[in-house]
Design a protein around this ligand. Structure first.
Ligand SMILES: [Mg+2]
Length: 171
């Protein structure tokens, strides 16, 4: 039950995700969430080690694409700064936005990973398409009021998955 909401892997920080391990799994492209994954919610404050992780991922041979439900304007500011392609107003978990990101990456679902901090957008959207989903613990607890309500349900689901041994690190 609820399998579509269960991440294939969970990580506390990007640094826990070894790009080389992703390459060995056959992953060639990574869809990255923006808020509370790369930057603190609604800011341009990058998480610790984010920039160096992005560089090491690219060095390992991974294509990257940011996919965010935030405004196109905000996303384009980040993509310009990081020199990584990105799509805003994604309406995740909408499948079409993930497919668009995979067009940018030029990957098939089985060659793609998604890294994000929300079960109902990043993980559910990726799982439905057969993408390797990695849940990242959010960078900060600041977020939309609606998201804060959703977090209660997420916490319940995560404890359900944990009690059944369904949560694994990235291996
Ligand atoms: Mg997020």
């Amino acid at each position: 039950m609820f399998e579509k909401f269960c991440p294939r892997a969970i990580a506390h920080t990007l640094a826990e995700i070894d790009p080389q391990v992703l390459m060995e799994r056959g992953i060639r492209g990574v869809i990255l969430d923006l808020d509370n994954t790369l930057v603190e919610w609604n800011t341009t404050l990058y998480g610790k080690g984010v920039r160096s992780w992005l560089e090491s991922a690219q060095r390992a041979g991974l294509e990257l694409c940011i996919l965010s439900n935030s405004t196109a304007k905000r996303v384009s500011r980040v993509t310009t700064e990081l020199k990584i392609p990105g799509l805003g107003r994604a309406v995740k978990p909408w499948g079409r936005s993930f497919r668009k990101a995979m067009e940018v990456l030029d990957t098939k679902p089985q060659q793609t990973a998604v890294i994000g901090d929300q079960l109902f957008t990043d993980v559910y959207g990726g799982n439905r398409l057969g993408v390797y989903t990695i849940l990242l613990i959010p960078l900060s607890d600041k977020e939309l009021v609606t998201t804060r309500c959703v977090r209660k349900l997420e916490r319940w689901l995560l404890s359900y998955f944990r009690s059944r041994g369904m949560l694994k690190g990235v291996v």
